[in-house]
Design a protein around this ligand. Structure first.
Ligand code: GLU
Length: 418
């Protein structure tokens, strides 16, 4: 494995790459490569045995030209300032690609949540919410779930914020449980957009997703929902994985049954219907029609990219391909749907949740899914238009061109405040 790419440098090179096609000055581009601000904080939390532990946490507010900062909070031992900053930048361009009125933010706590009890995680989450309180709000910065966080953590953050502010403001955070002001369809939204975008890509290539073989790296919220939805369309999910390794069955898995097995045992490894077990790297190089990386950044580097054999890649994870991997794959016959469109369903339904919170008027799941479908299809069309117009090598370049232009337009229309 070659040296790990720094995600913040990856983001900057993606912006530079797209900037070459835009009539935008270097001074403005420079602004789009750096966060407006990053909060770094140390949280001291009481553990169940009465001792104290310090945790480092970050919240990056990358760019607010198009609206309040928006993006998730992850709990992971490998969280770094650069990672959170990159992820907050990707949120800016993600929200711009799907044309929703948000800027980009991201947060993270350096923690392995599996090593702590539920009550310790609750105290940690509330301690972070207390630190975040002055910086967040439904018109300022709206956090959401990300890796290893979900409805439970969002409900705690909402409660802490509302208690300290002595108000009712459900739109301060999205990804909440339904009874706490969440939206129908939010849990499934990331995996759903990954599959809608894949379907559009197959149509674009004159092929049918329902005939495809599919490999999915990661069986968390995004990966497993993508597996379920693509299977429901008739495709064969021949390989799935999690951090324990990958499982394979040439006839395709029953996604719901694999999920039930993982819920019971904690891993996909050992699932009885698997004919073969191998590594995550082997899964990523399988000769399948559709590959869905749904785990973490840098899953495919330049070395591994040489062996990638899929025809279409739909990026459910954020930043799963390094820029060097992108360069390798640009010369191959593979269509890559970039993360900032493929996984934009999550933030898009977060936007719907925020709209519903503000109106105190809630939508049916059918309406949520219908609106999401329209937004992802429009996003895909905007990308292919730019791809053809500029005769680009990748849809990623197209996505950044579309997104950067939209951010620059709002920045320039606003003029500058001294
Ligand atoms: N964490 C998700 C993402 O990376 C969702 C963000 C949100 O809903 O604000 O897109």
């Amino acid at each position: 494995m070659s040296e790990e790419a720094n995600p913040f440098e990856s983001l900057q090179s993606q912006v530079d790459d797209a900037a070459e096609y835009l009539d935008v000055g270097d001074d403005v581009i420079e602004r789009l490569k750096h966060p407006e601000r990053v909060l770094e904080t140390n949280l001291t939390v009481e553990l169940d045995d009465g001792s104290l532990e310090r945790f480092t946490a970050f919240r990056s507010q990358f760019n607010g030209d198009r609206g309040p900062y928006k993006g998730g909070i992850r709990y992971h031992p490998n969280v770094t300032r650069d990672e959170v900053t990159a992820l907050s930048g990707w949120m800016v361009y993600k929200c711009a690609v799907v044309d929703i009125p948000f800027g980009g933010g991201k947060g993270g706590i350096v923690v392995d949540p599996t090593e702590y009890s539920d009550s310790e995680i609750e105290r940690l989450t509330r301690a972070f919410a207390k630190e975040l309180r002055p910086f967040i709000g439904e018109d300022k910065d709206i956090p959401a779930p990300d890796v290893n966080t979900g409805q439970r953590e969002m409900n705690w953050i909402k409660d802490t914020y509302e208690t300290l502010e002595n108000t009712t403001e459900p739109g301060v955070i999205t990804g909440k449980a339904l009874d706490s002001g969440g939206s129908e369809g939010r849990v499934e939204a990331t995996g759903r957009s990954t599959i809608i975008a894949a379907r559009e890509a197959f149509d674009y290539l004159g092929r049918d997703l329902s005939d495809a073989t599919v490999a999915i790296q990661g069986y968390g919220n995004a990966g497993w929902i993508a597996a379920k939805l693509v299977e429901d369309r008739g495709a064969d999910v021949v390989a799935v994985s999690d951090s324990s390794g990958a499982i394979y069955n040439a006839d395709g898995f029953d996604a719901r049954d694999v999920k039930a097995f993982k819920n019971e045992t904690g891993t996909v490894s050992g699932y009885s219907e698997a004919n073969e077990e191998f590594t995550n790297e082997e899964l990523l190089t399988l000769d399948v029609d559709l590959l869905i990386p749904a785990a973490l950044e840098n899953a495919i580097d330049a070395d591994l990219a040489e062996d990638v054999s899929a025809d279409v890649i739909s990026e459910a994870a954020n930043g799963p391909l390094t820029p060097a991997a992108d360069e390798v794959l640009a010369t191959e016959d593979v269509l890559i749907i970039p993360d900032i469109l493929a996984n934009a369903g999550g933030v898009t339904v977060s936007y719907f949740e925020w709209v519903q919170n503000r109106q105190r008027f809630y939508w049916s799941e059918e309406k949520v899914n219908e609106e999401l479908e329209g937004i992802i299809v429009d996003g895909f069309d905007a990308l292919t238009d730019a791809y053809e117009k500029h005769d680009l090598e990748t849809l990623r370049q197209a996505a950044y061109i579309v997104a950067i232009q939209r951010v620059v337009d709002s920045f320039e229309e606003a003029g500058s405040f001294p």
